[in-house]
Design a protein around this ligand. Structure first.
Ligand code: CAO
Length: 477
């Protein structure tokens, strides 16, 4: 597969004088004194060699499953030292969920816990509580996504944490914010349904649909990471931590906000860009499912491409953006539509979208999705090939940018993961494998929390970091 972006403008060769000027500017020394802003003088190190964005930030990671681990993995990608606390014995439940390699941590776990360290602690054991207290004093942020009340039941109330370390930020994912559902346990699809995504996804004639993108879990983890970074920034000014809460329902609604927009527009008349308008189907009281209609002002639809009979992903998303209507007409062999009053303007086209897309499809079916991509992009028509996960896994440009990364793991071997989707010029992400359960327990107890070797032996004997002994089997009679 080849998806090359055409370059819009060729760079002009620089004149000698201009390049001399650049050299002069580059060699100018940064100001020696701190600026009035209080910021240090600009680093003289080359970009990418001045550490990472969150270097020095220590995260006490009490997360499990997907939403919380997404958040802490993003923070780890940015350079934070993430110490994942897991229950001795099994650890994060996803280590053994959807297992594909016998005895090895699952991809579910490994793809969400890269760049972290793992320590096993029984948080309900008295010695475990003592270790946690040291960790709370040591870290900047505690991140958790337990069921409502679980953290309090461990004794780690906000009041206790704030008293122990007033600078600590306590960040939580919960299913719902305060209100009638606040005590509910929530998984991905519950959030997609409660946040308005499912009722607005799918086809009008069919049931609500959930999406493959994990907007409830990973989406909320992403929101939480943003909240944490903001809280860290505010702490520079206030000196104190705060609680950060992301409810999954809120996170999904934030991503589905255009549908709340449409809900309000409904009060003023039909939603003319929904194909149901062109089909003469009346609107009800709530925003309907819109199939593959575009969520914006430029109509779009998914169209078949060459090979669709055998390949379930031989489709393309085609957007009839108004400014490129002329090139679309030329490309699909309908130049007369450029001047035909039934087709020439966006309002004239709205009631005819179904027929228009079906005509465009007659053309796309003669081309592969990549040929459509190439021909349309050459004349600025926005289109999107439907890429299968196989194609994405094999796409070399995604490997080159570090968006898809191959890492090696001692028990499962090589696996692919998604690297940092945010690229920064002065904070370069290096993706490392997920830790084995408790891999760093002794390292953290000794080097981070200052326990002596003798202490560590005693801690081990106490049972606070080791799985409970299995009850001895009763002897056969
Ligand atoms: N040592 C001792 N106990 C530990 C421990 C440790 N290191 N880590 C966890 N536990 C205990 C907790 O204290 C809790 O015990 P109590 O219920 O007795 O207080 C217990 O493990 C289970 O925690 P949980 O209720 O969070 O886990 P669950 O599997 O029953 O529920 C989930 C999972 C995700 C539904 C729930 O955690 C939840 O609703 N979280 C908030 C929303 C969320 O993040 N959902 C997304 C999940 S990703 O799809």
């Amino acid at each position: 597969m080849a998806m090359r972006k055409k370059s819009k403008a060729k760079s002009k060769p620089k004149s000698k004088a201009a390049s001399k000027k650049v050299v002069k500017l580059k060699s100018k020394k940064p100001a020696a004194k701190p600026a009035k802003s209080g910021l240090p003088p600009p680093s003289r190190k080359p970009f990418g060699q001045a550490g990472k964005a969150l270097d020095g930030i220590k995260i006490l990671d009490f997360t499990h499953v997907q939403s919380g681990p997404t958040c802490t993995q993003l923070l780890a990608y940015m350079g934070a030292d993430v110490i994942k606390v897991e229950r001795p014995g099994g650890g994060d439940i996803t280590r053994s969920q959807l297992r594909d390699v016998k005895g090895a941590d699952s991809l579910y776990f490994t793809m969400l816990n890269g760049n972290k360290r793992s320590i096993t602690i029984d948080s309900k054991h008295p010695k475990g509580k003592e270790i946690l207290e040291r960790l709370i004093r040591h870290c900047d942020v505690l991140v958790e996504n337990f069921a409502p009340g679980a953290l309090d039941r461990m004794g780690l109330t906000w009041e206790y944490v704030h008293k122990t370390n007033p600078r600590m930020i306590v960040a939580s994912v919960k299913g719902f914010g305060p209100g009638p559902y606040e005590d509910c346990k929530v998984y991905e699809n519950v959030a997609q349904c409660a946040g308005g995504a499912a009722s607005t996804t799918g086809f009008r004639e069919g049931p609500p649909l959930v999406t493959g993108a994990q907007i409830g879990d990973s989406g909320t983890g992403l929101h939480l990471a943003w909240g944490i970074v903001c809280a860290l920034y505010q702490r520079i000014r206030t000196g104190r931590g705060q609680r950060v809460l992301c409810a999954m329902q809120d996170g999904v609604l934030n991503l589905a906000r255009v549908k709340l927009r449409d809900q309000q527009r409904l009060a003023h008349g039909p939603l003319t860009e929904y194909s149901q308008y062109g089909e003469g189907v009346p609107f009800g009281k709530a925003v309907p499912r819109a199939g593959n209609d575009s969520g914006g002002g430029q109509p779009g639809w998914i169209l078949k491409c060459k090979g669709w009979e055998d390949d379930p992903d031989a489709y393309i998303y085609f957007i009839t953006q108004a400014p490129v209507w002329g090139p679309i007409c030329d490309l699909i062999g309908k130049p007369e539509w450029k001047t035909d009053p039934d087709y020439a303007t966006p309002p004239a086209r709205l009631p005819r979208l179904k027929a228009i897309f079906s005509t465009i499809e007659q053309w796309t079916m003669t081309q592969t999705k990549f040929e459509v991509m190439e021909k349309c992009n050459a004349v600025d028509i926005p289109v999107g090939p439907i890429l299968s996960m196989k194609e994405i896994a094999e796409e070399q440009s995604l490997r080159a940018t570090g968006t898809v990364v191959e890492v090696d793991h001692p028990t499962r071997g090589k696996y692919l993961t998604v690297g940092n989707p945010v690229k920064m010029s002065d904070s370069i992400t290096e993706v490392t494998r997920s830790p084995l359960l408790g891999e760093h327990t002794e390292e953290i107890l000794g080097k981070v929390l200052g326990y002596s070797s003798k202490d560590i032996v005693a801690i081990k004997e106490s049972g606070a970091i080791t799985p409970p002994a299995k009850p001895e089997k009763a002897e056969a009679a």
